[in-house]
Design a protein around this ligand. Structure first.
Ligand code: 5GP
Length: 237
């Protein structure tokens, strides 16, 4: 496998071509950003921790029958993934109220959401990732009706798998964001699953162990990610 030129550099990861047109290399960097890139910092070890964390979760999802772009972890910071046509839609499931839901609706943080909610956002930094709906996504060609249906089904299926996995580790999966792509006609989970893109609370104390530690300036960000990993049985060294 030969690493070729950089295709794209996002806020926390870079994507490289390989000599195989169907495969890309994802590089997890230490860069951390929030509030549409307005708050930025380098957090030592974060790239490595997220790469290892993501590999563990993607393997669990694959075992559960979720189609993912993940092929294998190559080294501390890089993973090999399928090259997909990414859809510019972020799918969010919430089990407990937090974050933008509380701001938008004025509801209190920490309420159990039964049934879990499902929201769509447009992946567009310049517009601040605005909330959208299926009709808008179809009209503007961001995804087709069939693709949206499959993305919703898979996003909820991931909830079943990961809620259990985290609950067994004494953690609450509060909410998470998934991104999907089209791989030869199949809707396939892309991007990453790490504490950068989900909320995880200690089940007893409700201590935040995710990127909200960075957003809210609570400190101990990477240490919290490692604590989550330790509880899941992940080895980072
Ligand atoms: P909220 O809508 O409350 O800001 O986010 C809901 C969930 O999706 C949180 O777990 C949050 O981390 C994740 N999320 C939503 N948008 C983004 C994004 O653009 N980047 C990352 N890393 N996570 C996101």
């Amino acid at each position: 496998m030969e690493k070729r030129e950089e295709l794209y550099s996002g806020k926390a990861k870079s994507v490289f071509k390989t000599d195989d047109a169907d495969l890309l290399i994802l590089e997890f960097r230490d860069d951390t950003s929030a509030f549409d890139g307005k708050k930025k910092e380098q957090l030592d070890r974060k790239g490595k921790v997220n790469n290892i964390f993501n590999a563990f979760i993607m393997e669990k999802l694959k075992e559960a029958g979720i189609p993912t772009h993940f092929e294998k972890r190559l080294n501390d910071r890089e993973a090999l993934v399928k090259c997909m046509k990414m859809l510019p839609v972020e799918c969010v499931v919430r089990n407990i109220s937090a974050g933008s839901l509380c701001k938008r609706l004025g509801v209190e943080e920490g309420q159990t959401l039964n049934p879990p909610t499902y929201e769509l956002f447009l992946k567009n930094d310049a517009q601040g990732d605005p909330m959208i709906n299926e009709a808008l996504a179809i009209t503007f060609g961001w995804a087709t009706e069939d693709q949206l249906k499959e993305m919703k089904r898979l996003t909820y299926e991931v909830n079943g798998v990961l809620q259990r996995l985290f609950a067994d580790a004494g953690l609450l999966l509060v909410d998470y964001k998934l991104e999907f792509g089209d791989f030869h006609g199949q809707i396939t989970l892309g991007d990453e699953f790490s504490p950068d893109g989900c909320r995880l609370w200690d089940a007893k104390t409700r201590e935040k162990l995710d990127k909200d530690r960075f957003r809210q300036g609570l400190g101990g960000v990477v240490e919290a990610y490692e604590e989550v990993g330790r509880r899941l049985g992940i080895q980072f060294d």
